[in-house]
Ligand binder design. Structure first.
Ligand code: SF4
Length: 490
């Protein structure tokens, strides 16, 4: 490896994982929000069909790219190995992120058709001239780290039309992988699988992959993880014996809880796989979709990476919400998931499943529309119907969304929320609060207008209010206890 490394004009070291290339220091951007991109690993059963170590490029190379530009980017790898089976394709593909992150001055983020790469000016200055150099280094890393790969060749594409054309095929392959797990459920298996690949940047993250819960990055199904564990039982995708089921609705298992303690170094001791608000699954930073609890309506909203929708009804874009979701933390009120989890029959079932979903980015809703139960399709708002929390409340009342009068959980028929219709009516009757002298204009919002809904299953979870970019100045605040019917009190 050392000999090969000397041929590259860049350093290769795991310490560069997590390195960010900021816009100011960027030579070019590949894929990302504005250009198509994907990565794909394909198993080739005939070793004669692979030119080992070869990298070909279709489209302009780095030297032909204008500095500061954004280009389409596809990385397609063909692999052969006696031990390799088709289920390992996704596992090997997920490692592209890890190994390319070892390359100094090369930032690789996300996976599948969401990839986002930046190459630094510094790397180009040091002699990086061609994407073929990146391809060669990547193959070298794959073969060094995963010795079961006997032969590997890469095709990189920067020609936008060609990327678009091959992307269609890649999406069909991703979908075929995803559909495979839909007939299998958590109760059908004895083992789930861990994934620790992202612990390098989120050390307390505990990724658990089960048949009913695809990895939050969307790149690893239960079958993929099983294939990885077979080939490397002690590796990052080691099995997690399920143990005893403590909560069949939330998806809590003694084996998963033991793994949570072990993998988070004691930070967490329990995880419910199918819960949003209670002991939620942790999220590193790779989630495909970010979910956020909206206390004002006691419901949940979802926006995905790459969404064209800028603002959610809580006034924050994906990037800001993502900051609250990630970091390997168990954050009540936020959750990262893989897109396929929307198709799971256990999708956040502890919190009422689809009956608790009140808002989705329209492009996400369109993408997973088949997963949404018929009776909920028109009850979930998008940015096209509502822009603010107030409009969302009005929408939900108009369509008689379950959160308004209380959510009855489908799976066990239990009422898990009280609904806010009655509370909203009562609040409407309360006279507006008097703004005391000395209170600045920035804070002249009647406090009674901030709905304080009970959150969580059973309505007794703690309420958390997060103020972002808030500018509040208060000269004087008076807290009064309401005593009589007329509201007088000390
Ligand atoms: S997000 Fe989770 S499952 Fe996906 S690569 Fe990272 S640790 Fe593994």
């Amino acid at each position: 490896m050392a000999e090969d490394e000397e041929k590259f004009p860049f350093d290769i070291n795991p310490m560069y994982e997590g390195e960010r290339v900021r816009k100011a220091g960027m030579y070019v951007e590949l894929g990302g929000q504005n250009k198509p991109g994907f990565e794909l690993v394909l198993f080739e059963p005939d070793p004669e069909q692979i030119k080992d170590g070869e990298v070909s490029l279709i489209g302009p190379d780095l030297e032909d790219m204008e500095e500061g530009g954004n280009f389409a980017y596809a990385m397609i790898y063909k692999v052969y190995g006696e031990q390799i089976e088709k289920d390992l394709e996704a596992v090997i593909e997920r490692r592209n992120h890890e190994y390319q992150s070892y390359i100094q001055g090369y930032m690789h983020l996300n996976q599948r058709a969401e990839i986002w790469v930046r190459i630094s000016k510094e790397a180009v200055k040091k002699g990086l001239k061609s994407l073929k150099q990146i391809g060669k280094a990547t193959i070298m890393l794959f073969k060094a780290e995963l010795p079961f790969i006997e032969k590997m060749e890469a095709t990189f594409i920067t020609d936008e039309e060609e990327v678009e054309r091959r992307l269609e095929e890649a999406i069909r392959i991703y979908e075929a992988r995803d559909v495979k797990t839909r007939g299998l459920h958590d109760e059908d298996v004895d083992e789930f699988y861990q994934c620790t690949l992202c612990q390098s940047f989120a050390p307390t993250n505990v990724c658990v992959v089960s048949p009913d819960r695809i990895a939050l990055c969307g790149a690893m199904s239960w079958f993929d993880s099983r294939a990885a564990a077979r080939i490397d039982p002690e590796g990052p995708n080691a099995p997690i014996p399920k143990g005893e089921c403590i909560d069949p609705i939330g998806g809590e298992y003694t084996g998963v809880n033991d793994a949570a303690v072990r993998l988070s170094s004691g930070e967490y001791d329990s995880i419910k796989l199918h819960s949003f608000l209670e002991k939620p699954h942790t999220s590193c930073g790779c989630f495909e979709v970010a979910g956020f609890y909206i206390p004002e309506v006691d419901g949940i909203g979802w926006v995905h990476r790459g969404s064209k929708v800028i603002d959610t009804p809580i006034g924050l874009p994906f990037s800001t919400i993502a900051g609250s979701v990630g970091g390997g933390k168990q954050v009540k009120g936020f959750l990262g998931i893989g897109i396929q989890y929307f198709y799971s029959p256990k999708f956040i079932q502890y919190d009422g499943g689809w009956r608790r979903v009140v808002w989705m980015a329209s492009d996400l809703k369109a993408r997973v529309v088949e997963a949404i139960p018929e009776e909920m399709k028109d009850k979930i708002a998008t940015e096209k119907e509502v822009k603010t929390i107030e409009e969302l409340r009005e929408f939900l009342q108009r369509v008689d969304h379950p959160v308004v009068k209380g959510v009855i959980r489908n799976v066990d028929g239990e009422r898990i929320t009280e609904g806010w219709a009655a509370a909203a009516e009562a609040a409407a009757k309360v006279p507006p609060a008097v703004v005391e002298e000395g209170v600045s204009s920035a804070s002249q919002v009647p406090l009674t207008s901030i709905p304080m809904m009970a959150s969580g299953a059973g309505g007794n979870s703690p309420i958390r209010i997060i103020l972002k970019d808030a500018d509040i100045s208060i000269g004087k605040i008076i807290v009064k206890r309401k005593e009589g019917k007329d509201g007088r009190g000390g």
